[in-house]
Design a protein around this ligand. Structure first.
Ligand SMILES: C[S@@+](CC[C@H](N)C(=O)[O-])C[C@H]1O[C@@H](n2cnc3c(N)ncnc32)[C@H](O)[C@@H]1O
Length: 306
């Protein structure tokens, strides 16, 4: 049986099956986006050469982009299967998330803009209510979108260099990330107010926004640079995690992150006096999360998994 206030170096798709039904107050997780950002983010069987760092351009590119395909895939049947494979992957674990949450409890899921719709469908198809989508405005973001005139310059095609001046291929600067907000349905025939009394979850605390210098709406502006960065390639700001925890839980309630990476959500839970369960399958990140939590915690309150 899973213990509370403990981190696990395990595959969460398996381990979540041992978590008690109706026991968790919030699942807050930055799940793999399925965009080949890193090895752990490859959620498909596509073996095309252009993917997985085999193309000439990718070999020259920095380590992150070496993993990825073209900015927008879709030129072969295998590429077209990637989103459906991502949906199937979400489908393989979301049923257990629904089971372990208390009725009316929330789940916040960081999901990439290009695959978020597949994640939403998997949650809905397994019984979750899709409550809202929060936009996290990162304010700044790295951006690579090639000027198409560069190609024509290399070809000495002056006519098209002039004609296409200012035009780019690729995406717009990605300054926002969606945070999907799901809710486990509560008792049929009851009201949400009844559920809040029965299960202590289901409502959200408006006063939180003031404490984090935000307006009480679904756009949260928080610089990604406010992170103690460098511990994980997709590390999220601790302050953002704390806002989401405080928005939907009270002290001593239980927060779970099944894809914890360097453990940012769990640090937030610990600092706010919530209990936690964290799971990470890569040993390197698991150890980073352990180190971070060890630094934070009182000896005796926090148990280690070896
Ligand atoms: C997007 S990252 C989370 C980063 C985290 N928010 C942070 O601030 O460090 C997702 C993590 O999920 C882990 N992961 C992927 N599949 C997993 C699985 N089946 N079980 C547990 N962890 C998994 C990856 O290794 C990766 O570290």
């Amino acid at each position: 049986m899973i213990e509370v206030n403990k981190l696990y170096n395990a595959n969460s798709i398996e381990l979540m099956k041992s978590v008690d039904t109706d026991s968790i107050d919030l699942i807050l997780s930055d799940i793999p986006y399925g965009i080949c950002y890193d090895k752990w983010d490859i959620i498909h069987n596509n073996k095309n050469n252009a993917l997985l760092g085999k193309s000439e351009a990718q070999m020259k590119a920095g380590s992150i982009f070496r993993m990825r395909g073209k900015p927008l895939n879709g030129w072969s049947e295998d590429d077209k299967k990637i989103p459906a494979e991502y949906y199937s992957w979400c489908n393989s674990w979301v049923k257990d998330w629904l089971r372990v949450l208390k009725p009316g409890a929330s789940s916040f899921v960081f999901a990439g803009r290009r695959m978020a719709h597949r994640c939403i469908c998997a949650f809905e198809d397994n019984g979750f209510i899709f409550k809202d989508m929060i936009a996290w405005n990162k304010e700044k973001a790295a951006h690579r979108a090639q000027r198409i005139s560069c190609v024509f310059e290399r070809r000495n095609d002056d006519k098209n260099v002039i004609k296409w001046n200012g035009w780019k291929v690729g995406n717009l600067r990605p300054v926002f990330e969606p945070i999907l907000w799901f809710m486990k349905p509560y008792k049929i025939g009851g009201t949400l107010a009844d559920n809040v009394i029965e299960n202590d979850v289901g409502a959200w605390d408006e006063t939180v926004f003031d404490r984090y210098n935000q307006l009480p709406n679904n756009l949260i502006s928080m610089s990604a640079e406010s992170i103690n960065s460098g511990l994980h390639p997709t590390q999220k700001p601790l302050t953002l995690m704390k806002l989401l925890i405080e928005l939907t839980t009270k002290e001593n309630q239980l927060v779970c992150d099944p894809f914890m990476g360097s453990g940012t959500a769990l640090i937030g839970a610990l600092q706010l006096g919530r209990s936690f369960i964290g799971i990470e399958k890569e040993q390197e990140y698991y150890k980073t999360a352990l180190r971070r939590l060890e630094k934070e915690c009182d000896v005796g309150k926090f148990l280690f998994s070896h």
